[in-house]
Design a protein around this ligand. Structure first.
Ligand SMILES: [Zn+2]
Length: 202
């Protein structure tokens, strides 16, 4: 039984955390570069492992590069959406959708979701590797697909939700986005650019 669809934005070839990186004197077992400059970690990242630690950070200089895309994902795990996409979502009054303005780009927004669905990491066999002594989280969270959710026995009808877990490595980490069956149908009709929808089965 299909209970939802995974909403997978395409990479939009940008970084929300900016273009400046540096090589730390010791990688501490993590990757050998960090967002930041002059040897100082980007304030929205963990200085040891480079993961994002400030969920509210938005780059005041960020501008969308793919101006015709309605949806895109930055390499560092942000979802950027167009004004047209925001208006569409507002029309349906789906709960828990937050559109953070981009100070340097009035036509695009960062999408945040507050409705959460539990990911079944046990069933999926997700690997949690390389704990960071500074931020206390895992640098590598590997194994998101196929998506298994916990506590969902009936199809989700409407709206957008995010997974409780964030996947990928270091600063790339991001939650998965799920949409209800009806919402997936509406999205397909709109012919928005650029994302895929993949069935999530219970
Ligand atoms: Zn860390």
């Amino acid at each position: 039984m299909i209970v939802a669809y995974q909403f997978c934005p395409h990479d939009n070839d940008t970084h929300m955390l900016g273009d400046e990186t540096y090589r730390p004197p010791r990688s501490a077992g993590f990757h050998d570069w960090r967002f930041g400059k002059d040897g100082v970690a980007h304030p929205a990242t963990c200085p040891t492992c480079g993961r994002k630690i400030d969920p509210d950070f938005v780059n005041p200089k960020y501008k969308a590069k793919r101006r015709t895309w309605d949806v895109g994902a930055t390499y560092d795990g942000y979802v950027v959406v167009s004004k047209r996409f925001r208006e569409f979502c507002r029309k349906y009054r789906w709960e828990g959708m937050i559109f953070l303005p981009l100070p340097a780009d009035r036509d695009f927004f960062v999408l945040r979701l507050s409705n959460v669905v539990a990911f079944d990491s046990k069933r999926r066999g997700t690997r949690f590797e390389d704990p960071c002594p500074t931020c206390g989280a895992f640098y590598n969270v590997i194994g998101a697909n196929p998506v298994y959710v916990r506590g969902v026995t009936e199809p989700i009808k409407e709206g957008f939700l995010r997974s409780d877990l964030e996947f990928a490595s270091g600063p790339e980490q991001h939650p998965l986005i799920l949409v209800g069956i009806g919402t997936a149908e509406e999205l397909r009709k709109q012919k928005f650019q650029k994302f895929d929808l993949e069935a999530v089965e219970a």
